[in-house]
Write a protein that binds this ligand. Structure first.
Ligand code: 5GP
Ligand code: MG
Length: 178
């Protein structure tokens, strides 16, 4: 185990099972319909790589990097797209692949944005979710598993751009944040 990790939440075998369950639901729902898998950079890179290899339909892959800002008491926030799709999503089935849903702000805006662009459908597959942290309600059609309100790293998820390469998901030792 990496010296900075205090505790492993999900080991490789557990992650494999979670990803398998998500893939099965997606395969059942879409059947033979072609989808565009939208990999949300950078955190969902590892999850996406494992997930798409378990999908049976034709899968196009594209990438997006986005963040949200400007949420006030009455404003619904603005999406800032740092890297946009190359695909014209109009008329296509978009499947957003995300690592973790926290406040839900970024994903709710992203879903709206893709609908505005005329996608035939927009659904979300997220490996993890922290329901305790939700501010904006966003429907997650395919969820791996819920976790408590703790900051996790590994399997694509970073802290200060580190730990994405760990094959498991864990919690950092408190002294790492000092
Ligand atoms: P939100 O749902 O608040 O709009 O943003 C979710 C994003 O916050 C995720 O895509 C991820 O980049 C980051 N994030 C939220 N919780 C965690 C966590 O526990 N660990 C890591 N590494 N990133 C997180
Ligand atoms: Mg991040």
């Amino acid at each position: 185990m990496h010296k900075d990790i205090e505790k492993v939440l999900f080991n490789e075998a557990q992650i494999e099972e979670i990803v398998g369950n998500v893939a099965e639901k997606i395969n059942n729902d879409y059947g033979d319909s072609e989808i565009v898998a939208i990999v949300i950079l950078k955190g969902s890179l590892v999850f996406s790589a494992d997930l798409i290899r378990r999908l049976d339909m034709n899968v196009q892959v594209d990438f997006m990097q986005a963040s949200s800002y400007g949420f006030g008491t009455e404003s619904s926030g603005v999406i800032k797209i740092k890297k946009d799709l190359e695909t014209d999503i109009r008329g296509k089935h978009a499947l957003i692949i995300e690592d973790i849903i926290d406040s839900g702000r970024t994903l709710s805006l992203l879903k709206e944005e893709l609908k505005k662009r005329g996608a035939a459908s927009v659904k979300i597959a997220s490996l993890l979710s922290k329901p305790a942290r939700r501010v904006v309600d966003v429907e997650t059609e395919y969820l791996g598993t819920e976790i408590p309100d703790e900051f996790v790293v590994g399997y694509g998820l970073d802290y200060a751009e580190r730990y994405r390469n760990l094959p498991y998901i864990g919690i950092l030792k408190p002294e790492v944040y000092l």
